[in-house]
Design a protein around this ligand. Structure first.
Ligand code: RIB
Ligand code: CA
Length: 310
């Protein structure tokens, strides 16, 4: 079966890290690059973290290319309280060996898309993708699909109305979601169903691998954040939904919808309005609805257990 040529556009980010490690453990995906963006933390830190994760996965073939340092039309505060001040749980990391590419993330994505059909998993603010559309008109025709973690039908997670990735750059999200490319959107409605518990962190620690130990270690403060905000330590695996969708296509129930982004609104800026009415059932934009979490957890355990002992 042909491997999926994939770029992961990311703001690592603890849940980004799990998504990236799942992707790099999976031969079905030809992960060509991690492209970084300001989001959970600034782009200096997200780029350093991407390099760290490529090292951890033992995948020096994966390119790390820096993207946008700020949203298109707003300022951005770091979410250090969620992912740690360094964006990766504030544990100690060795100096990464993986270099940072000289090529800007947007130019790299455009070049890869010009070479052959490309899939993009977007798991941070959508600034890089909106700039890609602006800088390379028509690029959407060369992108096979865009799988995005973002948005919500119900309450948000950074305000009562908005989910972080869309809230961080609403203008970018509005442009990307209106683009002429096949989009699969994984909103909070879905991602909140996908959690790992303390038993899973214990399983990871018991793998006797560097990936297992470090994944459990960065999830520990993330679990404490969840306990404080949601009343239990189950960690929500937002970004992993995009990789799960690419690897197990039938696992996530999806439906057609029309999605627009509120870019004004004194209290609703960054909200996604997801219209699921029957008239949009055949929309090319598909939205994740539900999944079986025990099956997801088994998938995560099996894939992360593929990394070598040591
Ligand atoms: O709202 C969750 C999203 O915001 C995830 O991608 C998380 O990493 C943060 O970027
Ligand atoms: Ca993210």
């Amino acid at each position: 079966m042909a491997r999926t040529r994939l770029v992961i556009d990311t703001d690592p980010g603890v849940d980004d890290a799990v998504a990236i490690l799942l992707a790099l453990a999976s031969d079905e995906l030809d992960v060509l690059a991690l492209t970084t963006v300001a989001g959970n933390v600034g782009v200096d830190k997200t780029t350093l973290n991407a390099r760290r994760l490529v090292d951890l996965a033992g995948r020096p073939d994966v390119v790390v290319a820096r993207g946008c340092a700020a949203p298109l039309a707003s300022d951005l505060d770091e979410a250090g309280d969620v992912h740690g001040l360094d964006g990766l749980g504030d544990i100690a990391w060795p100096e990464p060996r993986t270099p940072e590419s000289d090529e800007h993330a947007v130019d790299l994505i455009a070049r890869l898309a010009a070479e052959a059909p490309l899939t993009i998993a977007a798991i941070g603010p959508l600034t890089n993708l909106a700039l890609l559309q602006a800088r390379y008109p028509g690029v959407e025709a060369r992108v096979e699909r865009v799988v995005i973690m973002g948005g919500a039908s119900f309450a948000g997670n950074v305000t009562a109305a908005a989910e972080f990735n869309v809230w961080a750059d609403p203008e970018a999200a509005a442009r990307v979601l209106a683009g002429p490319w096949p989009i699969t959107l994984m909103p909070l409605d879905l991602t909140h169903q996908a959690t790992l518990g303390d038993d899973d962190l214990e399983y990871l620690r018991g793998l006797d691998t560097e990936v297992g130990r470090r994944t459990a270690a960065i999830l520990e403060p993330y679990a404490a954040f969840h306990d404080q905000w949601y009343g239990n330590r189950d960690v929500i695996m937002h970004d992993a939904m995009t990789i799960y969708e690419l690897l197990v296509p039938d696992a996530i129930e999806k439906q057609g919808a029309h999605v627009v982004v509120e870019t004004g609104g004194a209290h609703t800026r960054g909200a996604t309005v997801i219209d699921r009415r029957r008239g949009f059932a055949s929309s090319p934009t598909r939205v994740g609805v539900s999944l079986d979490n025990p099956a997801f957890v088994a998938f995560v355990r099996e894939r992360l257990a593929r990394y070598p002992l040591g």
